[in-house]
Design a protein around this ligand. Structure first.
Ligand code: BTN
Length: 242
């Protein structure tokens, strides 16, 4: 059941009707020495989200993992996750969906800021260079049955050509991964988090303040009453003005 892609980017596409998880399949391919493969599934039976959460992946969604071997130290790999969030957001906008990015890499839509897409990056490597990175991208298409804080492409546009969407997404991701500074600039341009009151939990810490900037490779700078605080990873809530 292979589908044909005419890509302007150097990825081999592996398509499956159903997989436990495209990230798990991409990790298998990494162990076999492969690179620049995009694994796509129509359905996942064991989709994984961040923080060990399950990720609901019914048939007809866009469930995709990109395996690559960038020349980056592991500490810089978050820039690839940012690049993926930008690629999803730009592609969604091109298809008529007004998406934006919540730090670090959730793609949200509309005033309600419901979640359209999430990204789960996994990697392996030494201190100075990653061996491989798997960037897993989940995009909801059919909004039926989603929790209230989530949305799907079809809630905003009548028709979505998933093949064209994936093709545009992979081409954008390919261009952005080669240009970390450009990816960061594009992230800022599409951000919903900047200049907003936020509450960020990172490990045992909770930081409340105003998000001011994102610095390479994806660090959020928060202005707090005690001065600027830099956060490398965490969960971010946008706070409504009181
Ligand atoms: C999140 O928690 O926001 C990240 C969700 C990531 C889901 C995608 S779907 C394709 C890939 N395969 C998985 O098992 N997870 C990621």
């Amino acid at each position: 059941s292979a589908i044909e892609f005419d890509l302007d980017a150097p990825f081999t596409v592996e398509y499956h009707d159903s997989l436990p998880s495209t990230n798990a399949r991409a990790r298998e391919l990494a162990a076999e020495g492969e690179t620049d493969v995009a694994v796509i599934a129509n359905e996942q039976t064991g989709g994984r989200g961040r923080l060990d959460r399950a990720w609901r992946s019914p048939p007809g969604g866009i469930w995709l993992s990109v395996l690559c071997r960038p020349d980056l130290p592991p500490a810089h790999a978050p820039v690839l996750t940012l690049a993926a969030a930008v690629a999803v957001t730009k592609t969604a906008r091109e298809h008529g969906v007004e998406a934006g990015i919540k730090w670090p890499n959730d793609v949200l839509v509309g005033d309600e800021e419901t979640k359209l897409a999430g990204i789960l990056t996994e990697m392996e490597g030494e201190a100075d260079r990653v061996s491989w990175v798997v960037v897993g991208i989940g995009i909801n298409v059919d909004p039926t049955g989603l929790p209230e804080d989530a949305t799907g492409l079809c809630a905003h546009v009548d028709d979505i050509d998933r093949r064209a969407f994936v093709q545009g997404l992979l081409e954008r991701f390919d261009a952005l991964r080669a240009d970390p500074e450009g990816a960061l600039a594009a992230w800022r341009e599409h951000a919903l988090t900047l200049d907003r009151r936020v509450r960020v939990t990172s490990g045992d810490e909770t930081i409340v303040g105003t998000a001011r900037d994102v610095e390479f490779p994806g660090t959020l700078v928060i202005a707090t009453d005690d001065g600027p605080v830099r956060v490398h990873a965490g969960d971010c809530d946008h706070l409504r003005p009181a």
